[in-house]
Design a protein around this ligand. Structure first.
Ligand code: HEM
Length: 181
């Protein structure tokens, strides 16, 4: 996974729990990287170990850490790292979410070994948006947090309901998003 993800975990932990907590988490995760280069590829196992250690140190569950990461990453780490994408990705949370295949394709085009997530969409007559998530990494808790993070970016509280999940044997995770919650 690209370093910008691990960097987001570090920024989240340092902001919410302090630098000491981050050093402890790195130690628990056996991570010896002095810093994360945003566009460098790091093993997925490192990201998983950091999330697990962050859960141990913070007292949150690994799923809660993933949700908090997503909520933090979009309006903070992501926005700082990719200002151009944030300018062009949309004027509403719905537009922004619908543009995510294009954004991920462009953001990882030149990155050897990157494996961006794939999304498919359905717009329901009542205004809700179905966002289906396809990825071997099964990071649907991260996805939930990132969707909420898009809401935070636009100062809107979005409702996110997971209708089916890869952890229950589905081929993809399906999030139903309401924009007028
Ligand atoms: C402009 C905003 C964004 C940029 C530039 C961006 C870029 C990236 C990059 C570079 C990765 C690492 C991919 C890899 O190393 O293989 C990633 C991972 C991911 N992104 Fe984004 N992202 C953005 C916003 C979002 C949003 C809003 C969502 C969902 C609503 C999302 C969903 C994900 C997920 C779930 C992953 C984890 C990888 C996986 O599941 O396979 N991203 N993103």
């Amino acid at each position: 996974m690209k370093g910008i993800i691990n960097k987001g975990i570090q920024e989240l932990v340092e902001t919410k729990f302090g630098v000491e907590a981050w050093l402890k988490i790195k130690e628990l995760a056996n991570c010896e990287e002095p810093f994360f280069a945003a566009s460098e590829n790091y093993p997925d196992e490192m990201t998983i170990a950091l999330v697990k250690a962050a859960a141990e140190v913070s007292g949150l569950s690994p799923e809660e850490v993933q949700v908090e990461f997503g909520k933090y990453w979009v309006p903070n780490t992501g926005r700082k790292a990719y200002p151009t994408f944030f300018q062009i990705a949309g004027t509403t949370p719905r537009e922004f979410l619908i543009n995510m295949n294009r954004v991920h394709d462009i953001a990882t085009r030149t990155a050897v070994g990157a494996a961006p997530p794939k999304f498919s969409y359905e717009e329901l007559p009542d205004g809700k948006l179905i966002m289906r998530y396809h990825s071997k990494r099964k990071l649907c808790s991260v996805l939930r947090g990132l969707i909420m993070g898009v809401g935070i970016l636009y100062q809107k509280e979005l409702e996110v309901v997971e209708k089916c999940c890869m952890f229950q044997g589905a081929d993809y995770c399906e999030m139903e998003i309401s924009f007028d919650a």
